[in-house]
Design a protein around this ligand. Structure first.
Ligand SMILES: [Zn+2]
Length: 121
């Protein structure tokens, strides 16, 4: 859902690009480690003979982290004990993405504000 802002509904911000930079640096520091991708849980059979879990058809849980590198889909095996850590990293990634969308609005307003200030001189 995107809101379309216009100059009449949003009060002019007294923010300069340098303020937006400082704000974004501070906010993003708390969001490390951050990454974009998706974790997928699957159950696969192992190589052991007569494995009870495989005989029951359950297999063994394993997680794959999918991400896109230069347009190519890449899957990385993630051991189960590291899944919570990778999950937090992906949450930070989504939060960072939201932050960058917010930065677009604030930076655009700041550049417009700066232009107005320069024109007054
Ligand atoms: Zn097995």
């Amino acid at each position: 859902m995107y809101a379309l802002w216009n100059t009449y509904s949003v009060p002019p911000k007294a923010e300069f690009p340098i303020d937006v930079e400082r704000w974004l640096r501070e906010q993003s520091t708390a969001l490390w480690p951050a990454a974009l991708g998706s974790l997928s849980l699957r159950h696969s059979p192992c190589v052991r003979e007569n494995c009870p879990a495989c005989l029951r058809g359950e297999g063994h849980p394993s997680s794959i982290l999918y991400c896109r590198i230069k347009g190519r889909r890449v899957g990385i095996y993630i051991p189960q004990e590291l899944v919570p850590e990778i999950g937090r990293c992906l949450e930070n990634g989504r939060a960072l993405q939201e932050l960058l969308y917010e930065a677009a609005q604030r930076y655009a307003n700041a550049v417009k504000h700066q232009r107005t200030q320069k024109a007054k001189k």
